[in-house]
Design a protein around this ligand. Structure first.
Ligand code: UD1
Ligand code: MG
Length: 419
């Protein structure tokens, strides 16, 4: 992205130049935070009146909480991006070194917004219409279409860099064609749903998204300061800062005890944003490294997601009114009713001791639901909702640190260049 001006700061004798658009972007992001903070409490009754609400199941009074506030955050985020469009693209200033307007970059930015906008619409449809589980899988695929089509017309690079040890057989890079598009579509499906199924306690959806966003920002800054492909990482920052601004405002009201619920709109919007910056910033593999807890939760959930093991509508932890603490929630089945894959998963998980189960004499098994939220409670014992959230977020942070540790030393070992 062409930079028409930059501001230089002098620290310890060395000059750091910050692009002017980035400064404007940060100011807009701070504005997004303040607008969100003012707007969300004012809209609570509006959502309740429209019947957009859900019961907070982990409280003794079972309060009705307005739901789907992700749509407010999403709109603030989008408007911030709209306002930002002219800044890096003012025609007279943004000409690249050959004196041309950066049409490609401009189209990419618009396509990114189109996909995010489409995801907000479909996510909100899910919140209002309560779509079936199967349909939830298709939504991100549909929403990623604008992005994939623009990528095809505009960029269409489907070449991946090969690790050193296979480079001698297939060359340093390999064109995987259509597979690359399938991968990008699946990345959007994974990122959105992975956040949605690691949910159910106050603040968790927003906190995990903020940690992932923070990790992406740190990664982009490291790359920019080390002089790698500056434009792509700047592009990512232009999207991530307003996202963080709008989301921090939501966090203020969604943290324990929640005054608003984020709804699937927010989870889809977040996942899509991370997929979009990963794809257009050309660091889609690195993005996945920041999803380690979500990947573990997904793998652990597979038997229930694909219904090999019965999956209740809600797998969130169970509130115990006598102590005010959360305990793990359970699912029940007879081993004789399971299909072959169900039996295999059950015995595998049981022998690996990653589930806690009891079997009665007449063959009824009761075990914890397969989420890392319930798994954490197996370790901690009954725990307060806010503490459980902290435990899971500390885990997410540790995984991010681990991600950086493997991204840098190992990537340089395996690859000559990596994205
Ligand atoms: C996903 C999970 C489901 C989990 C739910 C919680 C899978 C396959 N699905 O379903 O197991 O129970 O998210 O969000 O893993 N809620 C609370 N406290 C919170 C957040 C949510 O009680 O802090 C409840 C509220 O009743 C809220 C509802 O969860 O209305 C939202 O659930 P929804 O997002 O519709 O569930 P799914 O995303 O389908
Ligand atoms: Mg949800």
């Amino acid at each position: 992205m062409a930079v028409f001006n930059s501001v230089e700061f002098h620290t310890f004798g060395s000059a750091v130049s910050i692009p002017f658009p980035l400064i404007v972007n940060v100011i807009i992001s701070v504005g997004a935070f303040y607008v969100g903070q003012k707007l969300i409490p004012k809209m609570k009754t509006m959502f309740i009146n429209a019947n957009l609400s859900g019961i907070d199941m982990n409280k003794s009074s079972k309060p009705r909480i307005p739901e789907a506030f992700g749509v407010v955050t999403g709109c603030i985020f989008l408007i911030s991006l709209f306002l930002f469009i002219p800044i890096p693209f003012v025609r007279d200033f943004s000409l690249n070194s050959q004196g041309e307007f950066p049409h490609n970059k401009f189209v990419e930015f618009i396509a990114a917004m189109l996909s995010i906008c489409c995801m907000i619409l479909l996510g909100f449809a899910d919140d209002v219409l309560n779509l079936r589980w199967r349909d939830k899988l298709y939504l991100p695929t549909v929403a990623s279409l604008p992005l994939l089509m623009v990528y095809y017309t505009n960029f269409n690079s489907t070449t991946i860099i090969m690790p050193r040890f296979v480079a001698s057989f297939v060359g340093t890079s390999l064109n995987i064609g259509i597979l690359y598009y399938i991968y990008m579509g699946m990345l959007a499906v994974f990122c959105t749903n992975a956040i949605n199924i690691l949910a159910g306690i106050n603040g968790l959806e927003v906190c995990q998204s903020l940690v992932i966003a923070g990790s992406i920002i740190i990664f982009n800054l490291i790359e920019i300061f080390s002089g790698h492909c500056k434009e792509a990482y700047e592009f990512s920052l232009y999207i991530m800062f307003p996202y963080v601004g709008a989301t921090l405002a939501l966090w203020k009201y969604n943290r324990y005890p929640s005054q608003v619920f984020v709804g699937d709109t927010f989870n889809y919007l977040s996942g899509m944003t991370f997929a979009v910056v990963g794809i257009l910033g050309h660091f889609s593999k690195t993005v996945l490294l920041f999803f380690i807890p979500q990947i573990i939760n997904f793998l652990y959930s597979v038997p229930q997601l694909f219904r090999f093991i019965p999956c209740p509508r809600h797998r969130l932890p169970k509130y115990d009114p006598s102590t005010g603490l959360l305990n793990f929630s359970r699912t029940q089945f007879r081993t004789s009713e399971l299909n072959i894959l169900g039996k295999f998963c059950y015995y595998l998980f049981r022998h690996a001791r990653i589930i806690k189960c009891e079997e009665t004499e007449d063959g009824i098994v009761t075990c914890n639901n397969f989420t890392i939220i319930n798994f954490a409670i197996l370790f901690t014992g009954p725990i307060r909702e806010d503490k459980l959230n902290n435990v899971l977020i500390i885990f997410q942070l540790v995984c991010s640190i681990f991600a950086f540790a493997i991204r840098y030393p190992l990537a340089h070992y395996f690859y000559e260049t990596i994205n």
